[in-house]
Design a protein around this ligand. Sequence first.
Ligand SMILES: [Fe+2]
Length: 287
Amino acid sequence: MDGAGRHGAGPDDPGTEPGTGSARLVRRKTVLRAALAATAAIPVALAGGPALARTAAASGKAPELTPSCDDGDHPTPEQIEGPYFKPNSPQRTSLREPGMPGTPLTVSGYVFGRACLPVAGVLLDFWQADANGAYDNTGFRLRGHQFTDSRGAFALTTVVPGLYPGRTRHLHVKAQAPGRPVLTTQLYFPDEPRNNTDTIFDARLLMTVRDAGGGREAAFDFVLDVAQDPGPGPGPSPSPSGTWAVGTAYRAGDRVTYAGRAYVCLQAHTAQPGWEPPAVPALWRAA
Ligand SMILES: [Fe+2]
């Protein structure tokens, strides 16, 4: 047994993070993902993208999904780096290599700031054990970094990491928005027996994972401690204006009145029932 690339038993000392899960955070992640899925089905809302998370919840159409993504707290929790991070990983979205053993895994998601708006250009640096639980500490196998796209999205292709003594199954990742501090954390898999005994494990860092096409598809959305102001957009537009009306295509900067109050559109969308300006702060701001 070479052991060179493996953790010993429990090398990732516990202690920096409480092990308790946060139903609130898990639910927020669920809300975001549900809203993103809904957004994809509404072409006119594409420009709004992930920020429509609040729209769906605030519209009253999904009252069970209490929105909290704009509450200005609780970014993705930090976790310890562990002993096997290496700087200067190659930029790549796929860590899989020909002949590499292991179950294919994709991890995709978005990076949001504290106002629940996507953050582009976020550096995501992943590293992990191979299918046998070993880290490559001489080269860069199963290590790589990438950047979120203009919609704050990322996608990683890799293999399911193996288990090694003392830990449950996990991925390591560092996330850094442009000009912001680095968030170091780990991502976990649901329904892993060792989740119950790994003292570092944090349920707030669980990915959603499903079987797909002989592999596994995982999703996770990061929330970074990045202050965000939705702002008025590119500037006021002369039209349309007047009283807010269902079916009208609004652009960022458009001004309307609703119930006697003036509002400025924050992002392009076509008005729908339930998206009245006071109900959807992601779309309208009081003027
Ligand atoms: Fe590890």
